[in-house]
Design a protein around this ligand. Structure first.
Ligand SMILES: [Zn+2]
Length: 244
């Protein structure tokens, strides 16, 4: 600090204790609380290291009742939540596989699947009874590991997203999910559709946009904090652009 021309390493940049991002990337101060009906359980793979662009903690900060757990496996939904849950089928889990191609013609941004992985017939009944949502946070393979190591998820109601818009990550990051959405965007879609509350999606997506804007600003000033991803990671979610 006394000698700006010195090449000595700078002081370590402090991290936000809440979102764990380096302080220049933190937007926690701007997060507005959301009051909503459905509970949220976010399971984060321990190796999910993308603190700069990760969204799980930012998402959790919006909801007083959200639970974020870092780990690989839990014996049950109740244990993961640290509270008794009578009926796991009243909790949705965002399924990682994709539905049959023909099923993607189905209406709706969220689709409940039956045990065969097909779009279920009684969508309204299955989605209407939901009390909470489980989200898996990590790369594609990390999320898959979480899925296989927690067999209680088979008792949850599997849902898939049928997103209308591509991820806002754009070219910043390899998309963590097959449907191309970040964890916060997935939550935005699920909660706003299930609760018929477009304002939830607006608030969460606005936070995500602020996070990305901050990232791009920091990229210019302190590139070591916000590295550009390699070109080969770029991929766009065009698979579901054929919705009528
Ligand atoms: Zn923060």
């Amino acid at each position: 600090m006394s000698n700006p021309t010195a090449a000595a390493p700078a002081d370590p940049i402090p991290e936000c204790p809440y979102c764990q991002k380096p302080m220049p990337l933190c937007i926690c101060d701007s997060v507005t609380p959301i009051k909503n009906r459905l509970s949220l359980l976010i399971l984060q793979h321990p190796q999910e290291q993308d603190r700069a662009l990760g969204t799980a903690r930012l998402l959790a900060k919006h909801f007083e009742g959200a639970t974020l757990r870092v780990g690989l496996s839990w014996p049950s939904l109740s244990k993961a939540l640290a509270q008794p849950i009578e009926n796991a089928s009243h909790w949705a889990v965002l399924y990682l596989g994709s539905a049959h191609a023909a099923d993607l013609e189905a209406e709706g941004e969220i689709l409940a699947l039956n045990r065969k992985g097909e779009v279920a017939d009684n969508q309204r009944a299955l989605l209407g009874k939901l009390e909470g949502v489980v989200l898996l946070d990590g790369t594609w393979s990390q999320a898959k590991a979480l899925w296989w190591r927690n067999p209680w998820m088979l008792k949850c109601q599997r849902v898939i997203l049928n997103p209308a818009a591509p991820s806002r990550y754009g070219r910043l990051r390899k998309e963590p999910r097959k449907d191309g959405l970040s964890t916060i965007e997935a939550a935005a879609t699920i909660l706003s559709v299930l609760e018929k509350r477009p304002d939830i999606a607006e608030t969460l997506n606005a936070s995500f946009e602020r996070m990305l804007t901050r990232y791009r600003e920091v990229q210019v000033e302190m590139p070591e904090l916000a590295p550009k991803p390699p070109v080969k990671d770029r991929r766009r979610g065009v698979r579901r652009s054929k919705r009528a």
